[in-house]
Design a protein around this ligand. Sequence first.
Ligand code: MG
Length: 378
Amino acid sequence: MRPLAVLGATGSIGRQALEVAADIGAEVVAVAARRGSDELLAVAAAHPAARVAIAAPSGDERQRATQLGSRVAFGADAVAALAAEPGLTVVNGIVGVAGLAASAAALAAGNRLALANKESLVAGGPVVSALVGTGGSEIVPVDSEHSALFQLLAGRDGHEVRRLVLTASGGPFRGFTADQVAAATPAAALRHPTWRMGPRITVDSATLMNKALEVIEAHHLFGYSYEAIDVVVHPQSLVHGIIELSDGALLAHFGEPDMRIPLRFALTHPQRAVRPAAPFPLAGTSLTFEAPDFEVFPALRLGYEAGRAGGSAPAVLIAAEEIAVGAFLAGRIGFSSIAVVVEHTLHDVAIRDLASVADVLAVDAEARAVATGHLGSC
Ligand code: MG
């Protein structure tokens, strides 16, 4: 097992990655976070040999972090530098487009990228995909759906596979009408039925934008066309991914909704570490599947449209979406306006090719500005 760099160490993914690392005895040689919080300093203290990077500390945090001596460095470049140390598994749990440079650095250095940062493949798909394989680098996805598909597709000839199916919980508004969804409050959107996650991804689950982004990620990770990637609503969140083979057989990946399971796999693959647990209670477990409602949840349609348009369109989608979700959580726009802001922004920002991280960041900045301009008209 390779030593670990855990980026976004104080976020939901980072915390769970550190927990899994302790559990399986993986060595943590680097940790990074955006802020120099008490929690980050505690993580640094628990891993006294680890290098530490703090992307954007306050003056006070920077001052306090100097107690870490020469093992601490500051700024976004310092985070990417940790990912660029060869021989590592880099867990990228950074939230937002800030995670893109670290993903690119990890892959360029030949590392395993245990990827949880959505922007890396959604916004930076063409750039990040081109780096996979450099010096033996690989992406092992951490997201439960992609981890499931990764495991189902391992060692399989692509010609045998007819389609990939991503499962969606349906979020808290499953079964709602368009009118009911329009009246949804931030508090209601933050009540996810099966997964415990950060606020943005929880709202993204309510709009189904999270699933739209996952379709784009699956396209880049596994190389299947958008016609061969489907979404099915599965409220129990127990089946994480399904593949349908050319002979009509369906293979499903199934288990508890617990991010520590795919995280553990991402760190130990191709081996598996023992996880003491009671046998899964199959008796009495029901699995149901239903079609997603593209009318009530237009984010799903926008995701496919942006994915098929390619180039910079998915980068515009995810940037606009972050602006819109922030405005929704702040009470500035209604729930239904999230997709409206995204659609208008996609319409307004011209699609171009992406050749570098800088290209992606430029599109991201433009899309944010355009989306912010659209908030006022919602
Ligand atoms: Mg997911």
